[in-house]
Each structure stands twice: as structure tokens, then as C-alpha cells.
Design a protein around this ligand. Structure first.
Ligand SMILES: [Fe+2]
Length: 190
């Protein structure tokens, strides 16, 4: 985890649940004074209290850490709003249809926003029932394209790439709407 749960987060979540400090305290078997101390930064909840605390606030422990309550209003989800997350430590790539709190290697990952970067042109060539995708980009250990993805209205195709390889991928053409590539230095490209 990149940080411990903060008093401000506990207070905000408690108030959004219309609970008093006493209400919350009673739910997790601590004193109202203890809750007051956490909220004013004079103490932290013991680690053994994190699960009951999250449960009392109706969120997951991960959300409690991130300070965000994730709620996807459109339950059927809109694939156009899908998000990519990349772990800067292990290189893990996660694709989510909606908002999520994603944690990897102890970091809470922000969703990637596509960037406009010059010299990172994505070329798409239709070949029979496939798209051949090329990115004009170096593929050195220090600076490379680490994945290419094709998002359709019904799913995603992801090709993981490695330094010294080629910055290219082939995807089934059907229903592909958007092509993304990820540069380890310059971020997400669309
Ligand atoms: Fe780059």
C-alpha cells in the first residue's frame, strides 16, 4: 500500500453514510473517542480494525486505502469508457470496463489517459480479416512499446511486447473501434 488510511477519508465516508462517530464506533467495537482521534489525525486505527472498518463503511479495504468509493452508475457498463492501468514496478497491464480501484505491487494505480505524443504514430493496415498494427518507435530496454491493444464494442485484444522485439501486433478485425499502444516513457497512445 502506498499510504495508510487517513482520518479525512474515514470522516468523509462516515458522513456520507450519515453515521455519527458513536455509530461507527459501536459497529466496530471501539470508543467514539478513538474514531474522533483517527479523524483528527491524532492516531491511526490498528491494522486489525481495517476489515471491520471497511465493512462498517460499506466499501472494500482497497477502496478505504485509496480514499475512493467506486461506484459504476451504469451497471451494464459502457465499453467506450474502459480504462487501462499499468504497474510501473512489474509492468502488469490491467484493462477494466468501468471505474475500479486497482492495486499492484503496493501501489494504487491511476487509470491511464491517452496522450498526444509526437513521433508515436500508430499505423493500422487492414489485411484480410486482421488489422496489422505498427508503431514507429524504438524498442530498446530503456524506451519501448510495452503493449498494443484493440478495443471492440464487445471486448479487448491485447498483445504484450518486449524490448528488442517489434513494435507491432495483429488483431482480428471484427468490431474493433479503438487502437491503443503504451510507451514505457510517454504513456498511453490512442
Ligand atoms: Fe516513447
Amino acid at each position: 500500500m502506498d499510504r495508510y488510511v487517513t482520518g479525512a477519508v474515514i470522516k468523509r465516508l462516515r458522513e456520507s453514510k450519515k453515521m455519527t462517530q458513536e455509530d461507527l464506533a459501536n459497529k466496530i467495537f471501539v470508543s467514539g473517542k478513538a474514531v474522533s482521534k483517527w479523524e483528527t489525525g491524532q492516531g491511526f486505527p490498528d491494522i486489525s480494525l481495517l476489515e471491520p472498518l471497511a465493512k462498517a463503511l460499506d466499501i472494500s479495504v482497497i477502496e478505504l486505502f485509496s480514499g475512493d468509493c467506486v461506484e459504476n452508475k451504469n451497471k451494464s457498463s459502457n465499453i467506450k469508457k474502459c480504462k487501462f492501468y499499468v504497474c510501473p514496478i512489474c509492468g502488469n497491464v490491467i484493462w477494466a470496463i468501468g471505474d475500479a480501484v486497482i492495486s499492484c505491487c503496493g501501489l494504487t494505480l491511476p487509470p491511464l489517459e491517452p496522450e498526444e505524443v509526437s513521433g508515436h504514430e500508430i499505423k493500422t493496415v487492414p489485411v484480410e480479416d486482421e488489422f496489422h498494427i505498427y508503431v514507429e518507435h524504438p524498442m530498446t530496454k530503456e524506451h519501448y512499446i510495452s503493449f498494443i491493444a484493440a478495443v471492440s464494442d464487445d471486448g479487448v485484444q491485447i498483445a504484450k511486447l518486449y524490448p528488442e522485439g517489434n513494435a507491432e501486433a495483429r488483431f482480428k478485425r471484427s468490431r474493433v473501434k479503438d487502437i491503443y499502444a503504451y510507451c514505457n516513457r510517454h504513456g498511453l497512445l490512442k
